[in-house]
Design a protein around this ligand. Structure first.
Ligand SMILES: Cc1cc2nc3c(=O)[nH]c(=O)nc-3n(C[C@H](O)[C@H](O)[C@H](O)COP(=O)(O)OP(=O)(O)OC[C@H]3O[C@@H](n4cnc5c(N)ncnc54)[C@H](O)[C@@H]3O)c2cc1C
Length: 368
């Protein structure tokens, strides 16, 4: 099997490498840059390069490029720490979701400004009492004439403070099985009745927020897809969210830094580097399989678990290579301490293993 990239893909990779390096030089380098590197200006650069909506169909303004091209561009951006966060959720998730489930009006209204890098979207899924258990969420959207009235609280909402829209997963019915009454609604973040309280994490990153909704009124036409069908729609979205290269290379700059300091005269260190290099190769192949749609249904859970656990192994390796310097409270310390976030966000490794066991391998469920 030949894993070499074609000359055209190498050309794209080199272009992306340069744009990413310029982005880092201009705006700074960010760890986990698709979450922490927020720059509207760089989103515009991505748009000008044609790197937002690369794989979306042309009738929706996309470039209809093969999915592998998006992986190559994203690996260069995130692998160098370039600030792509302002456009990332829209490109990865909200755009494809609106293309799959949105109305023609919604597509006409929202997709162009995603493609131009002008709008930032946040995802309002997790709640204080419902993280892994999506069916347990309580934020309600109650129909009142032509509107929904929204009440409740979200937490860990990345970009809540800066987003133009929230893609809200909420409860529109409370009778029947819990997963049946969940819907997806687009909520403009300037809607009266929304209060955003940013959370600073222990590494001083400040992207996620608590978001409170108190009688926030949005038009019923902002419902995406079928009312009460969000569980199914959200599962498709989570597939977009879990199987990508963003789950493998988010702390690649930390790895590259550790390599410059590692004592490679030590055979144990060399073995560890060989294992991590292999991990990058295996992870990349898993991601390629996802985007080429060659992976079994639901397998993105395994890809996500493998790749994000690799990122933790990278942080662990870096902490040992840096030794006492890992406690200096500098950018590298922050990146090491940030490590556990990778296997939590987007669904924890425990949940990924449950999905793999129950839905992919068909193992019996543990009685509850
Ligand atoms: C950096 C970062 C960014 C995030 N951004 C967003 C965002 O933009 N929008 C958003 O909505 N959310 C976001 N999240 C939240 C994230 O999706 C949740 O933290 C995650 O789904 C876990 O939910 P929880 O924190 O409520 O933990 P819980 O669900 O309370 O889980 C606690 C522990 O119990 C384990 N557990 C729970 N249920 C089971 C089970 N059935 N079987 C085995 N083990 C189980 C979990 O693995 C975990 O170890 C973000 C999180 C992080 C770290």
């Amino acid at each position: 099997m030949n894993f070499e990239l074609s000359p055209e893909l190498v050309e794209l990779q080199l272009r992306a490498r340069k744009v990413a390096a310029d982005g880092v030089a201009t705006y700074g380098r960010f760890n986990d840059s698709w979450i922490n590197g927020f720059s509207k200006d760089f989103a515009k650069v991505m748009s000008d390069e044609g790197w937002i909506g690369m794989g979306w169909p042309e009738e929706h303004g996309g470039r209809a490029r093969p999915p592998i091209e998006r992986v190559i561009v994203a690996e260069e951006m995130i692998g160098q720490g370039a600030p792509i966060a302002a456009m990332w959720f829209a490109d990865r998730q909200m755009g494809p979701t609106l293309i799959a489930y949105g109305t023609a009006d919604q597509q006409a209204e929202y997709l162009p400004k995603m493609l131009s890098g002008e709008t930032t979207w946040c995802i309002g899924m997790s709640e204080p009492d419902a993280g892994s258990d999506l069916a347990g969420l309580a934020t309600s959207a109650v129909r009142d004439g032509d509107d929904f009235i929204i009440n409740g609280q979200k937490i860990w909402t990345s970009f809540g403070e800066v987003a133009d829209y929230c893609y809200l997963i909420c409860r529109t019915a409370s009778d029947g099985p819990p997963h049946k009454g969940i819907s997806e609604v687009i909520v403009p973040m300037d809607t009266p009745g929304i209060e955003v309280r940013p959370i600073t994490d222990m590494t001083t990153n400040r992207h996620f927020c608590e978001v409170y909704f108190t009688d926030a009124r949005v038009p019923a036409e902002n419902l995406v897809g079928v009312e009460g069908n969000a569980f199914k729609q959200t599962m498709v979205q989570l597939q977009h969210e879990r199987g990508g290269i963003d789950r493998l290379v988010s702390n690649r700059p930390l790895y590259d830094h550790a390599l410059t300091l590692a004592d490679t005269s030590d055979p144990v260190v060399r073995q560890e580097i060989a294992k991590l290099e292999t991990g990058y190769q295996v992870g990349r192949m898993l991601v390629y399989r996802e985007v080429l749609k060659q992976a079994p249904e639901g397998f993105s859970a395994a890809t996500k678990a493998y790749c994000t656990e690799h990122e933790i192994r990278v942080a662990d390796f870096a902490s040992r290579v840096l030794g006492a310097a890992a406690t200096l409270d500098d950018e590298w310390t922050k990146e090491i301490v940030y490590g556990p976030a990778y296997t939590i966000m987007g669904g924890t490794s425990d949940i990924m293993r449950n999905i793999l066991g129950e839905r992919v391998l068909g193992l019996p469920r543990e009685p509850r």
